[in-house]
Design a protein around this ligand. Structure first.
Ligand code: AMP
Length: 414
């Protein structure tokens, strides 16, 4: 495996030697400059090499892995698909498919999203007509392979998007089975925010001398996002939310709840007070989820009350605010949630509601983002210090390791 970091500044897509029809599609999409991950990945992928791209979402990585394939695609009625992209969630699958259609070099280019929860019949009809690119969640792709309704014998370009996330949710056997359906003579790209052991092992087994590009910062930092927290008792969270929304007047915001039930309840209360509110969680039927995501992308929904089902990968550039109505249980999820704003270098605001018991969790998040989060004040809401465990004299004075580092003390918050 060869390794590189970003070597040279991007100087426009012309320098990448893409075909005139792809250049025209880029112009239509108004993409004038490649993002760093695009400038780093595309030249290597264009040579036919396998590539591992380590990059966070919101950096343009979808186009980075789609453009090399679109560039080589020819309108020859060749039976397809010639490329397959695997992604962990339905929303990402839809997003990648839309990006492929946006950047397609010809109106004859056909991309199909296949994911669970969508009617089989529709997918079957589209597959029968023939598609050039299949973008799918591993489970549904495997279903089609099992029924013989999808054949990957002509795939020459395979992409694993958000590979770490796919492995997190146990897709490894599915991914391996799908890759075994593809010809060995193919190009494989793997995109991942982190490269833990299982991802590397997958890469070693299914890739050929991949070129490794690492644009992920050492720690997940989110510089363009103004982060703050407000302390509040559990039973006053809704009043606080109303005040925060009045003060901030977000262009678009996601309000994150920890549980589906709570998201639903909050949505019902909030919609009595505000217009253009909706909700998104795993209990909603897929067609409804798709419709809500589309409305949200189109800016028709201003406040989306959601669970972590939208915490990863979703890209809606209009999101100005993230409100953590409930703090996430896992500090990594905090980073993914707030990464929904501040996309493509835009500013974003992330405000977290913290109850008196949640001091430890806040500390873990601060350790994870490697900075202290500012305390914000709203009139009528008394600020207090979130509690952290107090060590008794009997207990040995040993710092509790969190993510390999000691818990930060709160003396600076007094
Ligand atoms: P991604 O990280 O692939 O989810 O992309 C984030 C957003 O950036 C999407 O809305 C893309 O349409 C947009 N985008 C990707 N590449 C470019 C580019 N070179 N110029 C402008 N916008 C881009």
């Amino acid at each position: 495996m060869t390794t590189a970091t970003l070597q040279e500044p991007a100087t426009g897509f012309q320098s990448l030697e893409l075909s005139p029809s792809v250049q025209a599609a880029l112009n239509r999409a108004q993409y004038h400059q490649p993002t760093p991950i695009q400038a780093a990945v595309i030249p290597h992928a264009l040579t036919g090499r396998d590539v591992i791209g380590q990059a966070q979402t919101g950096t343009g990585k979808t186009a980075a892995f789609l453009l090399p394939f679109l560039n080589s695609w020819q309108d020859t009625n060749e039976p397809g698909p010639q490329a397959v992209v695997l992604a962990p969630t339905r929303e990402l699958v839809v997003q990648v498919t839309q990006e492929a259609l946006k950047l397609a070099p010809s109106k004859h280019f056909r991309a199909l999203a296949v994911y669970g929860g969508q009617r089989f019949g529709e997918q079957l009809r589209a597959l029968k007509k023939g598609v050039n690119l299949v973008v799918g969640t591993p489970g549904r792709v495997l279903d089609h392979l099992g029924r013989g309704t999808l054949v990957l014998g002509r795939v020459r370009y395979a992409v694993l998007d958000e590979a770490d996330r796919m492995l997190d949710i146990g897709f490894r056997p599915d991914i391996e089975r799908i890759l075994r359906h593809c010809p060995q003579q193919r190009q494989t790209l793997l995109l991942s925010a982190t490269l833990p052991g299982p991802v590397l092992r997958l890469a070693q087994r299914y890739m050929h001398e991949p070129h490794h590009i690492n644009l992920s910062p050492e720690r997940p930092t989110v510089h363009t996002i103004r982060q703050s927290y407000i302390t509040v008792d559990e039973d006053r969270k809704f009043d606080l939310l109303v005040r925060v929304l009045d003060r901030e007047n977000p262009r678009q915001c996601i309000i994150f709840c920890q549980r589906k039930r709570d998201a639903d309840r909050l949505y019902r209360t909030l919609r009595e007070q505000r217009k253009r509110v909706s909700t998104m969680h795993g209990d909603l039927a897929q067609p409804l989820r798709d419709r809500i995501m589309q409305y949200f992308r189109d800016g028709k929904i201003v406040c989306l009350v959601a669970t972590d089902v939208v915490g990863r990968g979703i890209d809606v550039t209009g999101i100005s605010h993230i409100i953590n109505y409930d703090l996430p249980e896992d500090a990594d999820n905090y980073v993914h949630r707030i990464g929904r704003t501040g996309r493509m270098g835009k500013d974003g605001v992330a405000i977290s509601f913290v109850t008196p018991e949640e001091g430890e969790r806040l500390t873990q998040i601060e350790v994870c983002v490697n900075s202290l989060i500012r305390q914000d004040q709203i009139e009528g809401f008394e600020s207090f210090r979130p509690r952290i465990k107090v060590e008794t004299p009997e207990a040995p004075k040993k710092a509790v390791p969190v993510f390999g580092r000691p818990v930060r003390r709160y003396s600076n918050r007094l």
